[in-house]
Design a protein around this ligand. Structure first.
Ligand code: AMP
Length: 470
């Protein structure tokens, strides 16, 4: 168990209906050697899902408002998709990818991030022929063999937004606006850290200036940064080691080395943000983990955390060179990804109340097998009428069934016992007052709908479109 990732502190209130899952059940012992969750992997239990569902609803709402369509890409990809485009010198490619040979001998990798896969899908399925830009969003699990710790897992989930096929700086600003609105709608205050890391024109000169600055201090840099200095000098800027941070304190800044095009692009992004009053913090140290980034880069930090990207909730930026790196034609693009586990943790920490999970409208209880069959039939009829109905059909006595109804906070119970079966009736019980009435079985669906105040049934199931339909 000590192997498991430390879980964030649990918030005291559960958004689930009271009585359900409140007291943690005792976990029965398992036989030694029974399979366990792999280190750094994660199960998401029903008790956690209200937060996940909440984020999914917020994501869907932002996607609809900003015109993004959902895409789902493969979890397993050819290793080459990530190796060069992400950067041979990056931590993810060097140390963290789940790469293995499949049974056919091909090198495959569990996706460590979304962007490369989304761009592959864009190129492979000819989305370049769609009206540009193509705006796509997705979410799902990603895999990185990192050292597990709080907020860092080997399997983790991201929400991801990408705008492909548009170089205009307003695209970057729109993504930042979306990101800021997403967090505000979730009730979270965050800080948007923004920078520009230039492009292939201006970055080499900056690399040179940075290396010149750091060379005299090479021996004092941490081991990783000594290597980064050769392979990926930008990454020295976001090292978390105190001494490395100190040594880069007075390092030349990228924004001072931007070429005219990059400088103008960045200025316009910031102008748009100011116009729409999206607050941001300029952060000249902010570089991103993958080589494909160009120009605008940003990260989202919890507002009360200025310690840096260690607890970043997300990040993104422009990646104009990725399409070409994947063998496509030049296609400018920008996007960002948010870490769901970290956002859920923050929602809990800040005690943001989740909307309650709607419980059943009606609970069906039965006594005896013949009544059980009748209850099952009624269950179907109520479902078809759009009523949220539930039951505990395997239970025998009425009392234990009504206990479940109470626990689920069902406002009504319908009881079918021996007498009701013979009379073709149903006992209608108001769970709050305990008052019971006998209702004719043929009228029970209408009666339930009347009491629930619903006149219309939910829309009928979709029908196949016939060939003759215009
Ligand atoms: P990245 O793809 O590295 O830019 O990460 C974007 C966001 O995903 C980060 O800001 C985190 O919120 C989240 N994230 C990245 N790696 C992990 C991980 N190993 N475990 C949990 N969340 C992660």
């Amino acid at each position: 168990m000590s192997e498991r990732v430390r879980e964030p502190k649990k918030a005291s209130s559960s958004p689930l209906r009271s009585g359900r899952n409140n007291a943690p059940p005792e976990i029965p012992p398992r036989s030694p050697g029974a399979p366990q969750l792999l280190r750094g992997m994660k199960d998401i239990l029903p008790t956690d899902l209200p937060w996940w569902d909440f984020l999914r609803r917020q994501t869907d709402a932002e996607a609809a408002a900003f015109g993004f369509s959902r895409i789902e890409t493969a979890v397993l990809e050819p290793t080459a998709l990530f190796q060069r485009p992400l950067g041979e010198g990056t931590d993810v490619v060097q140390k963290e990818m789940y790469t293995f040979s499949d049974r056919g001998g091909d090198s495959v990798t569990l996706r460590p991030e979304f962007t490369a896969g989304v761009m592959r899908a864009y190129l492979e399925h000819g989305l370049i022929a769609w009206p540009q830009p193509v705006k796509l969003f997705t979410s799902g699990p990603l895999f990185r063999y990192d050292r597990p710790q709080a907020g860092r897992y080997r399997q983790f989930w991201q929400l991801n937004f990408e705008t492909i096929g548009d170089a205009h700086p307003v695209v970057d600003a729109e993504l930042l606006m979306l990101c800021e609105h997403f967090f505000r709608a979730c009730g979270l205050t965050v800080s948007l850290q923004v920078n520009s890391i230039g492009d292939a024109q201006c970055r080499p000169a900056y690399h040179k200036a940075l290396v010149e600055h750091l060379k005299p201090h090479r021996a004092q840099l941490c081991e990783d940064c000594q290597q980064r200095l050769q392979k990926n000098p930008l990454r020295v800027l976001d090292c978390k080691q105190a001494l490395c941070r100190q040594l880069t304190q007075d390092a030349p800044q990228l924004v001072d080395h931007l070429c005219e095009d990059c400088r103008q692009h960045f200025t316009r992004v910031l102008e748009y943000l100011e116009e729409v009053q999206v607050p941001y913090a300029l952060n000249p140290r902010l570089v991103r983990g993958f080589d494909y980034y160009t120009r605008t880069t940003f990260e989202v930090w919890p507002s009360d955390d200025e310690s840096g990207s260690q607890s970043a909730l997300g990040g993104g930026g422009r990646y104009d060179g990725l399409s070409e790196a994947l063998g496509g034609r030049p296609t400018p693009a920008a996007g960002f990804a948010l870490g769901i586990e970290r956002i859920v943790h923050l929602l809990k920490e800040r005690q943001i109340a989740m909307p309650p999970v709607p419980g059943p409208d009606v609970f069906l209880a039965q006594l005896g097998d013949a009544a059980r069959k009748r209850a099952l039939k009624l269950f179907r009829e109520l479902r078809d009428a759009g009523v949220r109905v539930t039951g505990a059909f395997s239970k025998e006595g009425i009392k234990p069934q009504l206990e479940v109804a109470n626990r689920l906070k069902a406002p009504f119970a319908l009881i079918i016992g021996q007498k009701e079966l013979l009379d073709d009736t149903v006992m209608f019980r108001d769970m709050e007052s305990g008052i019971q009435e006998v209702v004719d079985a043929a009228k029970v669906v209408a009666e339930v709908k009347k009491r629930l105040g619903r006149t219309a049934a939910i829309s009928p199931p979709p029908q196949p479109v016939s060939a003759s339909t215009p």
